[in-house]
Design a protein around this ligand. Sequence first.
Ligand SMILES: Nc1ncnc2c1ncn2[C@@H]1O[C@H](COP(=O)(O)OP(=O)(O)O)[C@@H](O)[C@H]1O
Ligand SMILES: [Mg+2]
Length: 365
Amino acid sequence: MNSYKISKLQVTNFRNLNPDIVTFTNGINCILGENGNGKTNILEAIHVLATKKSFRKNTSFPQFLSIDGEKPEIIFSSVIEDDQHQKHSYSSKMTNDSIFWYLDGAPIKRRLDIKVVFINPFDSYGFHNSASDRREWIDYFLSQLDEQYKKNLSKYNQAIRFRNALLSKKPSKYKEQIVASDGELSALSVALTGRRIDFLKEIEPYIGDTFQQIFSEKHKLQINLDSRIIGLSAANVHKVFLNNLETDCERGHTSYGPHKDDYVLLFDGLNSFDFCSLGQQKMSYLSLLFAYIELFRYKYMSFPIVLIDDVSGELDQHRWRRLVEYLEKREFQVLITTANEKFKEELDRISGANMIFIKGGSVIH
Ligand SMILES: Nc1ncnc2c1ncn2[C@@H]1O[C@H](COP(=O)(O)OP(=O)(O)O)[C@@H](O)[C@H]1O
Ligand SMILES: [Mg+2]
């Protein structure tokens, strides 16, 4: 797999950003500035260029488009560097209903597969408090690692939406159709569950390690799948769907399946949600993300671009210092934003770090 770093970015009509050229180094890039000036918007622009999507929920073109934009069109222009240190111009033109990609000046049919990982320490709260956030987290990262999982998940979600649509109408009329299509749903359920279990097994050795490397404390971290599908064959899962059909008809939706599964993060054997302080939860969450990046490297011999947003005073200075030291030792490209003066002091100590100051959507030199 090819991996990319971003060297330059210029956007036109994207949120509050002016079309300045922002230059990045291959190592640590710090994006500094007071709140509301456009730091997160820079990370978002890179995320959209790389994946078409934002990391903010329910956000697409209408939200991206600058309210002052003269034309309903966003242009992303960038210079990216590949594994062989070759630079390429890569750009995209986005409107409400279309998106075009250009590599070295020529149109391309499919966008490049630029991997990014977005990290916001505040997301730790959602991860610890909401099962659907946990599911989304795993699905998102596992999909980045495994194309087949992504395809199966999308098929499964489509099948569940269709099933629920039938269940919410007149189920008696559609029962036969539901039972028939539950065969495929069962096979997909088994495939998704198996892959989730394998993924957790793959990532587990890295979590405790990254925790120790970043925060110099030794803890055992584990993440387990809590699912009613574990160990069942597709035929048995099909039976459960059948047994639940009456209840599903009454409720008007599907009450069983991998879309209902959950994950438990264990901290020294105890549920991190109940047991950990908010700081420890945040540390565990960050360790999980960096464990994912390590796993990614192990699998593909390459790193994603790491976007870390809104590092603030939530962890104490000592912990942030450790995190910065950890980042300094890594080979990945990091873009890290902060409005926090104390954390800025930590970043100032990094030799060779690229400092980018943002004010009112512009780069200040
Ligand atoms: N579509 C848009 N057009 C113009 N400005 C926008 C748009 N969306 C958000 N903004 C502005 O972007 C700013 C927030 O930028 P953000 O990157 O989140 O700031 P921060 O530096 O705190 O990370 C706000 O001032 C907001 O008004
Ligand atoms: Mg921000």
